[in-house]
Each structure stands twice: as structure tokens, then as C-alpha cells.
Design a binder for this molecule. Structure first.
Ligand code: UD1
Ligand code: MG
Length: 462
């Protein structure tokens, strides 16, 4: 399974998703554009693009502010087909949507407007909005009932029908008492979307072009506006670092629950940190206090013991990792491998059944099946200028505290004596010993003791 939400069913209709990401995010107090902050190992923008893709988005337009090349680059990385549109001036949400006029003019069946800073939106929720369009609505608004409605637009209903959305600063006292609020996200029927958006004016207290005015215009054109209600998490927007942390916590809860639902044992789920793309097999056991960064796959029955950190790593079936192990990018453990405490693995394939149980660094290496890497073994992969590879064959034995100076090859079935510094290739089935010879000096220690004066006797205290 993946820890992510399952893709929602698609209706077979074409769908343009417009992602608004032109906001400055000043309240984050950060040099980084807001939508490039990450939760669960993925940028906020990446989460939103994944959700629209999983909701069956066939075209995606990302609206960015001026000088936002890093945002555009992240959009293309997360969803290679994404088209970028620039909103040169921030003049409101409707103005931002119209920046993607070129995409709207292609008349998709469905248009989804989503915010780049609302990362927990689920594909199922977007799919429900699309279903309402398929059922004939001209416009669909995502409503929710926040614990504190301050700052949100209120949904004005008349006999169950959505009549208008009133921004808080333009609302009357009676309107402000309404609990049903606008989550901000909207779906529009593609055939009328552009006509509606072009009629939106900026006659309000902020002088901005409000997307929310689309409701009244759609109705005036004879279209039906509909509200779909959802949970607050779906529309949880991020404006501050504190909200970033709260949203991370909410997403971690979702990911842990999804992992357990799929048959993973999390001994203390609240202490395990997952990434959105984490893939955990059946009956994987994750002990307390483990961090799984992006790009991690753990196959069936493997055990990740306490205090491990994994990042872009693969753990094969039945393998045991940790406690206290670090798997860095490119660590690829085949089935039944054992990686023990204080072992770091980077850019290395560890073949089936091989073991490195204590205190080692294995980087830029291959370790053959059944090989035993003794405590304290170091692959010396870097000479200060370039990285070099260490290749260890099958069923080899590397004695404790050996330094394998790359580039170097250790043949199948070879032995390396403990404490060796290996600088030349070792043939298969050979023994290599590369250390100072042991010398014995008979009686040396005894003589040494005899040279020392006898210790003074302490005078007893009076
Ligand atoms: C909006 C809704 C409000 C709703 C709330 C939910 C409007 C007019 N109001 O208000 O009813 O309750 O979301 O969170 O839509 N953006 C641009 N360019 C712009 C303006 C905004 O890209 O010119 C982007 C922002 O980066 C953000 C999103 O649009 O991602 C929403 O804008 P924001 O200013 O946060 O709208 P709210 O005032 O929160
Ligand atoms: Mg907002």
C-alpha cells in the first residue's frame, strides 16, 4: 500500500484544475515561497497537485506570482504536464483564476479552483464536487463549519440553495452569525466558467476581484449553485509556521491510520513520522521513534526497530533495520538483510541475507549475498576529490574495524582480517590482512611494575 489516499474514481469528463499559488505568504516570515514549504516530505504545492491529479484532473494550470521561478519549477517537477500562468499583480482570487484564461478557453467539462496553500484537500472531496457538476450544477462551493469562523466567507442559503457568498468584511451582523463557511475551493462547469468570471467586478471593501461573487452571477445566468459540505481538515489553509506544524500533525495522523488500516504494525504510532509517498508492506513492524523521509519503501515482514532514520531507501522482505540505523538515499536492502545499531548505509546495494550489525559506514558500495560485515567496518569512499566504489562479493567476511579504501574489490568468499586497511583488491576465497604485525615482549609489563616505587602507606586519621 502507499500511505497516501487512494485515487478517487474519475467520471471520464475532462477537468481543468487551476491552482492558485500567487500569494506572498508574508506571515510565514520566510525567504521561501509559502507553497514550497513541506509537510510529510512533500511541498504544499506538491500535495495539492497530487490531489487534483488523483481526482482525475486532465489539465492543470498553476497561477504563480511574478518572479516565482522556484514555484513554477516545483509545479513542473511534481506534475510534469502542469502549465504555468503568471498573475503579475495580486488583485483577488477571481483575477488570479483569470490569469489562466488560456486554459479556460479550451472549455473543459469541469473546472476546479484550488488553493496552493490548502494541502490536505482529498481527491475524494474534489471528486464529489465534480460529481455535482456532472449532475448539472453550474457552480459548486466547498462548505465547512469551522470552530472559529473568523475571516471566512459565509454561505448564504435560501431554502437549501446557495444564493451568495459574503466575505466577512462585507457581511452584516446577521450574516456573520452564519456557521456554514466557504472553504475557498470551487468547481465550475467549463462551458460557462469564463463567462461568469469575466463579469466579476471589484466593487467591495477591499477593491479586489472576488471569486466568491461567481455564485450570484451564475444564478443570475440561470445556473444552479450547490454546496458540498466537508470536514475542516480538507480546507485547512496554511498562513503561519504554527499552522504548518498543525497541518503536519493532522497529515501524520492520516498517514499512520492509513498504514495501520493496510496491515502495518505501528507500536507507538504517535512517535513514527511518515512521508506521503512512504510504501509499507503487510506485517511490517515499525517500532517507536522512527522517521521515514521521502522515497522509502519497506517490503512485507520487515522490521524497522526504534530510532531509525530512513530517506530514499528500500528495505526488502523480512529485513531487520536498527535500532539506531540510518539509511540514506540509494540504500537498497534486499530480502532478509540485517542492518544493526549505528550503521549508516548510502548509495549501496546490500544483497540478500547480508549483515552489517554494528557501527559501520557502507557508502557507494555493493555487498554480496550472505556476506558478513564486521563491527566498525568503514568503506573509505571519498579521497577528498572524488567518490569511489567498494565491491564486496558473496559470502565474504570482513573482520571488525577494517577500512576498505575505495576503489577496491573483495572477491566471493574472501576474508579480511580484523583491523585491516585494504587498499588492493582481494581475490575470491583469499585472506587479506593489512595491519601491523603483533609483537610480544616477554615479561615487559612485570619489569615495568617493578621499576615503580612502592606506594606510600596512608597514615590513619586521628
Ligand atoms: C478566500 C475566500 C473566502 C474563504 C477563504 C477560505 C475569496 C474572495 N474569499 O478568502 O470566502 O472563506 O478563502 O480560506 O475567494 N490568491 C492569488 N492571487 C490573488 C489573491 C489570492 O493567487 O490575487 C491565492 C492565495 O495565494 C491563496 C488563495 O488565492 O492561495 C486564497 O486567497 P486568500 O487571500 O487567502 O483568500 P481569503 O481572504 O482567505
Ligand atoms: Mg486565505
Amino acid at each position: 500500500m502507499t500511505a497516501e489516499s487512494v485515487p478517487a474514481p474519475t467520471s471520464g469528463r475532462s477537468c481543468l484544475a487551476i491552482v492558485l499559488a500567487a500569494g506572498e505568504g508574508t506571515r510565514m516570515r520566510s525567504a521561501r515561497p509559502k507553497v514550497l514549504h513541506a509537510i510529510a516530505g512533500r511541498s504544499l504545492l506538491g500535495h495539492v497537485l497530487t490531489a487534483v491529479h488523483d481526482a482525475g484532473g486532465t489539465m492543470t494550470a498553476v497561477v504563480v506570482g511574478p518572479d516565482a521561478e522556484p514555484v513554477a519549477a516545483e509545479a513542473r517537477r511534481a506534475l510534469p504536464g502542469a502549465e504555468i500562468f503568471v498573475q503579475a499583480e495580486r488583485r483577488g482570487t477571481a483575477h488570479a483564476v483569470l490569469a489562466a484564461r488560456g486554459a479556460l478557453a479550451r472549455m473543459p467539462d469541469d473546472v476546479l479552483v484550488v488553493f496552493g496553500d490548502t494541502p490536505l484537500i482529498r481527491p475524494q472531496t474534489l471528486a464529489r464536487m465534480r460529481d455535482a457538476l456532472a449532475a448539472g450544477a453550474a457552480l459548486v462551493v466547498l462548505g465547512f463549519r469551522p470552530k472559529d469562523p473568523t475571516g471566512y466567507g459565509r454561505l448564504l442559503l435560501d431554502r437549501g440553495e446557495l444564493v451568495a457568498i459574503r466575505e466577512e468584511r462585507d457581511a452584516s451582523a446577521v450574516e456573520r452569525a452564519i456557521e456554514l463557511c466557504n472553504g475557498g475551493l470551487m468547481a465550475l462547469a467549463g462551458r460557462t466558467a469564463l463567462k461568469i468570471l469575466e463579469q466579476i467586478g471589484n466593487d467591495n471593501s477591499k477593491g479586489e476581484y472576488y471569486l466568491t461573487d461567481a455564485v450570484a452571477i451564475a444564478r443570475a445566468m440561470g445556473g444552479k449553485a450547490v454546496v458540498i459540505e466537508t470536514e475542516e481538515d480538507d480546507v485547512r489553509g496554511i498562513n503561519t509556521k504554527a499552522q504548518l506544524a498543525e497541518t503536519e500533525a493532522a497529515l501524520q495522523q492520516r498517514l499512520r491510520q492509513a498504514a495501520m488500516d493496510a496491515g502495518v504494525t505501528l507500536v507507538a504510532p504517535e512517535t513514527v513520522f511518515l512521508s506521503s509517498d512512504t510504501k509499507l508492506g503487510r506485517d511490517v513492524v515499525v517500532e517507536p521513534f522512527v522517521v521515514l523521509g521521502p522515497g522509502v519503501t519497506v517490503e512485507d515482514n520487515a522490521v524497522i526497530r526504534s530510532f531509525c532514520h530512513l530517506d530514499h531507501a528500500h528495505v526488502g522482505k523480512g529485513a531487520v533495520v536498527g535500532p539506531y540505523a540510518r539509511l540514506r538515499p540509494g540504500a537498497h536492502l534486499k530480502d532478509d538483510v540485517h542492518i544493526g545499531n549505528f550503521v549508516e548505509v548510502k548509495q549501496a546495494v546490500i544483497e540478500t541475507g547480508a549483515k552489517a550489525n554494528h557501527l559501520s559506514y557502507i557508502g557507494d558500495a555493493t555487498v554480496g549475498a550472505g556476506t558478513n560485515v564486521g563491527a566498525g567496518t568503514i568503506t573509505c569512499n571519498y579521497d577528498g576529490v572524488a567518490k569511489h566504489r567498494t565491491e564486496i562479493g558473496r559470502n565474504a567476511f570482513i573482520g571488525s574495524n577494517s577500512a576498505l579504501v575505495a576503489p577496491v574489490k573483495i572477491g566471493d568468499g574472501a576474508y579480511v582480517g580484523s583491523g585491516s586497511v585494504i587498499t588492493h583488491d582481494v581475490p575470491a576465497d583469499a585472506l587479506a590482512v593489512g595491519r601491523g604485525r603483533q609483537a610480544i615482549k616477554e615479561g615487559w609489563a612485570k619489569r615495568q611494575r617493578e621499576l615503580k616505587p612502592a606506594p606510600k602507606k596512608k597514615t590513619p586519621a586521628k
